[in-house]
Structure formats: structure tokens, C-alpha cells
Ligand binder design. Structure first.
Ligand code: SF4
Length: 339
């Protein structure tokens, strides 16, 4: 598969009144053209910072890329000026957010906001831009697009607002669409419609999608590959099916065990991962997951594991290979503690 996006050893720091805070640490990932990659993890794992770094939007919130590189189509994005990067936004990369009401401008009509993007990036007349905007509204499944063109965001339902956001994102045919929890604020039926729409558009336009979600069900449904983040680092990345069939990292295993299924014994206690994600101002030594990991050893507490190729994936865990054996002493001891 032809490579589109490459992130190499990316680290981002934020300046706070208490000093510098490392929000993501040596994050590396690749995306092929037309591929859907899901970034998953709890709140505070660094998913959104990673995506905002690609858009270079962290520059507006006291964030700074302190190490690493991001290339799109072989061209580095890190050294670009704000003028250069704003030309790329919308044209090559577009983003949709969780709550479109905050991303859409409430004082302009939906049609105006789509036309404006078209006019900014294409040399077309206002009439042509309007025709294209109506066509886009139709394509994303908004009924009566001519009428909706003249409506304001508050006049649309939540699902329609998200469709309108997608229309704006598509206005200049981006090669990469970043979707940050695009369905979290929607009810389940609308959620499924929006996800189907994204799948259709991906096939139709050959666009790559970086989907950020905390919902593993969505990742299983949508992703070609899944990247699991924890406390600012990637801990596991793999093709979707192997990751769900046999998660290697204890954090991924915990996330999957936390999913509620219909077959589950309703009298049994729901599984949760003990503890909470650490504050970035007080990260634990060694493996960042060790205070919550049932298999943590002295080595885990002292040394930080790097992401390494194991079997068909990459995992950052000292004991990932051994833990694949059901009768390994670390597993048996953890199971005994759980009983
Ligand atoms: Fe658990 Fe150790 Fe692996 Fe970290 S390195 S996930 S603490 S077993």
C-alpha cells in the first residue's frame, strides 16, 4: 500500500505554570493511502494531541513539537510556516470534531461555510462554489440541500450538523481526513449512519481516515489497523483482527475485557482496569502502565519498554511474548490474585 502519512518519533511539550509537560512521547505511526487507522485509548492518552499535531493546531494552545517529524506524501509538515500549513488544511488534510456545534460558526449559514472553503482553495465563481456546496450537502445525505444551504447550524439536528461538518471537510477533496470522536455526541442510530457515510466516502474518494475513538466497537467496525495509546505513548499497534483476537499488551487486554457483551453473566462484577491513567506531571518510572498492570515486575518498574516488533505487530511491553503462554507464571500469579 502506498504510504501517505508518516509520523516519526514525535514528542510534544506544553508549557504550564509548573513548567514543561510532555504530552506525547516518541509517537511513530504510518498510514497508507485509503487506509482507516483508529487511535484508541482512555481520555488523556494523547490521541487528540497526536491528531492536532498533524494539523499543526497545537501551536495555538502553547504546545510545541520538540522532537520528531510528520510527513505527508513525503513532505515534512513540521517546518512549514502557518501560512503554508493553512494552505494544506482543507486541501490535503481536513478534520472533523466531536461536537460540530462548536466547530461550525453559528453566525454564518451552512452553505456559506462550505462555499467559503471551496472559494479559498479553488479558482471558481461564487455561483459554481454554491452549486458544489449543494452537491456536497446532497452527497453527505442532507435532505433538501438547496433549502439547508441557507440555514444556520442551530436549525439543524446533531446528526445533520455532523454531516455538514463532513461536507465542509470534503469541500476540497482531502487525502487525509482526521475524525476526532465524530459520533460521541450522537445517538446510536445516527452514529451508525455517520460511520457508514465515512466508509462510503473512503471507498468512493480513496481517502485515508485517522479515526480517534475511545469506543473499541467502532474501532473493530471501521479500522484496518488499530493504534493503542496510553499516557502519551503508543503501547500496541496491529491489524484490527489480530489485535481483537489476541491482544498482546496488558493495557489492550484490559480495554477489551472492559467491553460489555450480551453473553456476559449479569450477576458478575463488570471488569475495569484498576487505577487511573497517570497525570502527565507525575509519570511513574519505567513502564507508564506498571502501577495498573497485573503482571508488573521489578524490571517494569525500573526500565521503560520501547515499541518492538513481536509476532505480527508492535508492542511496548517487557513481557509481551511470555504473556502469550497461558501457563506462564506471571499469568498464573495474576489470575490467582484476581480470584
Ligand atoms: Fe505490564 Fe511490565 Fe508490560 Fe508494562 S512492561 S505492560 S508493567 S508487563
Amino acid at each position: 500500500m502506498e504510504q501517505l502519512l508518516q509520523i516519526n518519533e514525535l514528542s510534544v511539550d506544553f508549557q504550564t505554570p509548573n513548567g514543561s509537560l510532555n504530552a506525547i512521547n516518541k509517537v511513530s505511526l504510518q498510514m497508507g493511502r485509503g487506509e482507516v487507522v483508529c487511535l484508541v485509548g482512555e481520555s488523556g492518552s494523547g490521541k487528540t494531541i497526536t491528531s492536532l499535531s498533524i494539523m499543526r493546531l497545537i501551536d495555538y494552545s502553547k504546545g510545541k513539537i520538540v522532537q520528531g517529524d510528520i510527513t505527508l506524501d513525503g513532505n515534512s509538515l513540521v517546518g512549514l510556516s502557518q501560512k503554508e500549513i493553512s494552505q494544506l488544511r482543507g486541501k490535503k488534510i481536513a478534520m472533523i470534531f466531536q461536537e460540530p456545534m462548536t466547530a461550525l460558526d453559528p453566525v454564518f449559514t451552512i452553505g456559506f461555510q462550505i462555499s467559503e472553503v471551496i472559494l479559498r482553495h479553488q479558482k471558481v465563481s461564487k455561483l459554481k462554489a454554491k452549486e458544489e456546496a449543494i452537491q456536497l450537502l446532497r452527497r453527505v445525505g442532507i435532505p433538501e440541500p438547496e433549502m439547508r444551504y441557507n440555514q444556520y447550524p442551530y436549525e439543524l439536528s446533531g446528526g445533520m450538523r455532523q454531516r455538514a461538518m463532513i461536507a465542509i471537510a470534503l469541500a476540497c477533496g482531502p487525502e487525509l481526513l482526521i475524525a476526532d470522536e465524530p459520533t460521541t455526541a450522537l445517538d446510536v442510530t445516527i452514529q451508525a449512519q455517520i460511520l457508514n457515510l465515512l466508509q462510503e466516502l473512503r471507498k468512493e474518494l480513496g481517502m485515508s481516515i485517522l479515526l480517534i475513538t475511545h469506543d473499541l466497537g467502532i474501532a473493530a467496525e471501521m479500522a484496518d489497523r488499530v493504534v493503542v495509546m496510553y499516557a502519551g505513548q503508543i503501547v500496541e499497534q496491529s491489524k484490527t483482527l489480530p489485535l481483537f483476537e489476541q491482544p498482546h499488551h496488558p493495557y489492550t487486554q484490559g480495554l477489551l475485557r472492559s467491553i460489555i457483551t450480551l453473553e456476559q453473566d449479569r450477576s458478575a462484577r463488570l471488569y475495569t482496569i484498576d487505577g487511573a491513567i497517570p497525570s502527565l506531571t507525575a509519570l511513574p518510572s519505567g513502564c507508564r502502565f506498571h502501577p495498573r498492570c497485573p503482571y508488573a515486575t521489578e524490571r517494569c518498574r525500573a526500565e521503560e519498554p520501547a515499541l518492538e516488533s513481536i509476532d505480527d505487530r508492535e508492542v511496548a511491553c517487557w513481557h509481551a511474548s511470555e504473556l502469550q503462554q497461558n501457563d506462564h507464571p506471571l499469568r498464573l500469579a495474576a489470575e490467582q490474585r484476581e480470584r
